[in-house]
Write a protein that binds this ligand. Structure first.
Ligand code: PNS
Length: 167
């Protein structure tokens, strides 16, 4: 039987426990799940793409069917290149729905052979986003249990480096 390859695309700036939860669920459902970090030249990210890749690789070390890669251009072109039939996206709240529906339907228009599958993270992560995590850390708050420990440590390092630069 043909293996089902899924792509989990995103910015992952940084990886949160919400992402980790979705990836674990995806890894149980599909033969292979590829965490695909978007190379987006427009945004001003906190972590570089190589840093984000390194974090995801470290977080899923030992998980044989979880792969980490980068992509640019159209997601459906990348899916075709990787012979992936599924795009996985997490849905946290109704507020996510509108944008996710637009993306899913646009991707379907671009390539009807790729199916978007939505998954819900465990309840403790339904309010977690990379953007809020960055804001909380920048303002001195704790994100313990909301991001993997290795991400928390790297967020602390970044904050420290920025504060040292400013001093
Ligand atoms: O983590 P994010 O920022 O919500 O991820 C958004 C992402 C990477 C899934 C989306 O921006 C994307 O697929 N970009 C690739 C460009 C593309 O294919 N655009 C048309 C999709 S409708």
């Amino acid at each position: 039987m043909e293996k089902v390859v899924a792509i989990y695309p995103g910015s992952f700036d940084p990886l949160t426990n919400g992402h980790v939860d979705i990836i674990r669920r995806g890894a149980r459902l599909f033969d292979r799940i590829i965490i695909a970090v978007l190379i987006n030249l427009e945004k001003a990210p906190l972590f570089t793409v190589p840093e984000r890749v390194e974090i995801a690789r470290e977080a899923f070390i030992g998980n044989a069917n979880v792969e980490v890669d980068t992509f640019d251009g159209l997601l459906v072109d990348y899916a075709r290149k990787r012979r992936a039939g599924v795009i996985v996206r997490g849905l946290r709240a109704v507020s996510d729905f509108e944008f996710e529906m637009q993306m899913a339907l646009m991707n379907r228009k671009l390539n009807p052979e790729v199916e978007t599958v939505f998954m819900m993270p465990a309840e403790p992560y339904t309010y977690v986003s990379s953007r809020l995590v960055k804001e909380v850390v920048a303002l001195g708050g704790s994100v313990t249990k909301l991001v993997p420990e290795l991400v928390e440590a790297r967020l602390r390092d970044k904050k420290h480096a920025r504060e040292t630069l400013r001093a």
